[in-house]
Design a protein around this ligand. Sequence first.
Ligand code: SF4
Ligand code: FES
Length: 237
Amino acid sequence: MVNLIIDGKNITAEKDTMLLEAARAAGIAIPSLCTHEAVSRSGACRLCVVEIKKGNRTIIVTSCLYGVEEGLVVNTKSDRVLNVRRLVMELLLARCPESDVLQKMAKEMGVESQGRFVADSDKGKCILCRSCVRVCEEVVGVSAIGLFSRGSQKTVGTPYNEKSDVCIGCGACVYVCPTGHIEMISTEDKRKIWGRTFKMQTCAKCGKYFAPVDQLKFISKKTGIPLSELTVCTECR
Ligand code: SF4
Ligand code: FES
């Protein structure tokens, strides 16, 4: 176990815990957008910054990537921290002015607008956190989407924006996206995502549509479980 001080509070945390988790476990709130329990950490949003004391110096670190250390003194709400977070939020708001998630967070942080930055009108709600790309690659294992182009033109999507042959329509990307950028339209027997329409499978017991047929085929191929054994929904299993 490691002992440290966060916002004047003595905290004990397990070795290898990140500052963000240690602070939250102690009831100290730190904003974040790019952390999700399903994916590895990317440090992409920079909203979780905190200030740590190292010798005579204080430095700003991203708390989701910085591990706890014995004797560390952490300040999550210093003026410097709050100013960096506000600047980050202004940049995020400039990229995605329409995002309701960002607008709500910005208000809580006392940020009214994108400030000195010019607002984009064509980026949707995507903050380029890569959580969707990571879950598709690390958890699902298909890598159907990625980040493409460079600089301000960078966007998330399928290669060349074409219909992906490998996408299985699972919707994991939608689940982890912090801003609701990815559009998935579900009707009873169909699901539309990333430009493709997936046929849904009915449960062999209750008859409800519950998963894309392509997703079940993928699981069957990966695990060796016959497709016929995968056609029962989780509620009926
Ligand atoms: S679509 Fe969502 S999860 Fe993917 S990079 Fe953009 S904000 Fe992150
Ligand atoms: S939560 Fe740490 S950088 Fe996004």
